[in-house]
Design a protein around this ligand. Sequence first.
Ligand SMILES: *[C@@H]1O[C@H](CO)[C@@H](O)[C@H](O)[C@H]1NC(C)=O
Ligand SMILES: *[C@@H]1O[C@H](CO)[C@@H](O)[C@H](O)[C@H]1NC(C)=O
Ligand SMILES: *[C@@H]1O[C@H](CO)[C@@H](O)[C@H](O)[C@H]1NC(C)=O
Ligand SMILES: *[C@@H]1O[C@H](CO)[C@@H](O)[C@H](O)[C@H]1NC(C)=O
Length: 571
Amino acid sequence: ITGVTMASREGFVCGGEEKKALAKTSAQPSSCSRSSIMSDSFIIAIHFGRSYSGYAFSLTAREAEIDPMVKYWGAEVGQKTVKTPTCILFDEHEEFMSFGYEAQRYYHRMRGEEARHKFFFQSFKMSLYGRVTSGKPMKALKVFTEALRFMKDDALKTINSSSGKVFNQSDFCWVLTVPAIWDPSAKQFMRRAATQAGIVTEGKEDWLVIALEPEAALMWCRKLPADGFIAENQGEVSLDQSPGTQYIVVNCGGGTIDVTVHEVLDGGALRELHKGSGNNMGGQSVDRKFKEFLKEIFGDALWEKYEREHPGELQKMMYEFTFSKRHDDEAEISCPYNLTELAKESGRDMERFFEGVRGASWDKGSIQISKQRMRSFFSDSLRGITNCLKEILRKDFHIDYILLVGGYSESETLRRHVINQFKGQCKVLCPVRAQEAILLGAVIFGTNPALVASRKSAFTYGVKTTRNFDPSKHREDKKFTTDTGDLCGDVFKMLVEIDGDVGWTETREFSFTPNNPTQTTMSFSFFRTERNNPQYVDDWGVEEIGSVKVSMPNTTRGRDRRVKLEIKFDL
Ligand SMILES: *[C@@H]1O[C@H](CO)[C@@H](O)[C@H](O)[C@H]1NC(C)=O
Ligand SMILES: *[C@@H]1O[C@H](CO)[C@@H](O)[C@H](O)[C@H]1NC(C)=O
Ligand SMILES: *[C@@H]1O[C@H](CO)[C@@H](O)[C@H](O)[C@H]1NC(C)=O
Ligand SMILES: *[C@@H]1O[C@H](CO)[C@@H](O)[C@H](O)[C@H]1NC(C)=O
């Protein structure tokens, strides 16, 4: 719950019992209410991934004309990529130093003693809470804030130099993408980090839109012509967008596999059919398998020494592996200099390490890996993806498309696997710029967040209330007696149910009256649970998430006072 508005008119006091509940869809402007502020504003979308991060922008906000541009990274390391590694470096005073390729290169170049005093974090997106654990500890909020601040400043600089005009952050509507499986409190955390980073200022929180990664990618896929999809898929089809069409979007990222299900409504907007699901079997799980394999070949001691002493070199080897991962074929990975040196020091010839290893051999400075062996690195990850999709397809939907997006879906092995598993049931498509789809789509989403008309609530939310005691319904130990009769306390009054549809601009309104005619404050305690409709707020699985107290000093009208509670669910 992000916006709790207590509308208590003068002379009205807040108390206990709920009188009526009504839900209404208010005609509020959409989140980025640019039109009221300027006729044509601009959009910057930031994608903060577990392995790689980047941004895209548009200098027009008109949906029909939108042509998002992405920033390219990596010139300093001989790369040209649409994202930069999610790595950040701080000095010994916790002052931000650098981000991305630059941070990685700088850190790996430092000598051991110097590096020990720095704070270096990579792939930290999963460790959202408390302290980021990666070498020296630092507050997660600080790490995320500085990462976002870097992205913001870099984006403004890029736009400034490419357009020749001077902009500041308030000229833009900002879109921040997050995985669909993130908990609402994790989204809230990102909002806080974005606010601290100066992306949005107080009172203008609406200019920051949180987009779900798969949802953003879907926005991009909907814009694509038939040849915007990879040809190995089933030929000349662009995406059918007629009302009733259902899509599963699988965002295959470095860390997570993240899945959403949407249906096209009359008028073209989307409705979420199933709340975000997924697992952590993303592309990095394949990399992990590859590293385990190398460790087996070279032995624990040698490999661990290599990882410890030459992280920069290992990183380069992993870039090469990432490239090989895209093809469903045998691979040749050049063996880095220092790994070869360490192997020599151990007194064995390189060939000897590969004796008896199935699916890999040594060939003049390179490690040759068979197709079968390459595929074996994928098997756990592919199983994870299949299971996740099967679970959704078992439900009562009629899915037309599976869309594969995200950097990991550039892997042919992954795409072939999904096509083979599901081709009888639905069409499987993958956009050509799969890695950028989220970023480009997030910009489109920024033009009109109402493109997603409704989402599913991830929790049942409720508020603690009191009701007239009913012995046939209520537990005796919850009974208490007042001048107005027997009441039942701790009742969970549901505000929205888990998996319930919640509209984009929907505000739900509830009304409460005091229990006690002389009451001068009313407290609202909010709870959430993954259960459908618990009876009491202290039932199992119910947790408190916050509270508000309203002062109501004028008791002239006794119990005949009403408090209106308006709630907007930002899912
Ligand atoms: C208290 O409420 C009554 C009834 O609404 C109103 O007539 C009166 O002016 C209020 N008193 C104060 C001090 O606001
Ligand atoms: C934008 O460009 C102008 C002139 O080209 C320069 O003075 C200004 O510092 C730049 N602003 C940013 C944020 O880079
Ligand atoms: C940003 O630019 C606008 C005009 O484009 C200006 O009104 C505003 O004061 C600037 N804000 C900051 C923080 O520089
Ligand atoms: C081998 O490792 C050292 C120390 O990490 C590094 O300075 C050197 O550049 C590496 N050699 C090659 C060829 O990468």
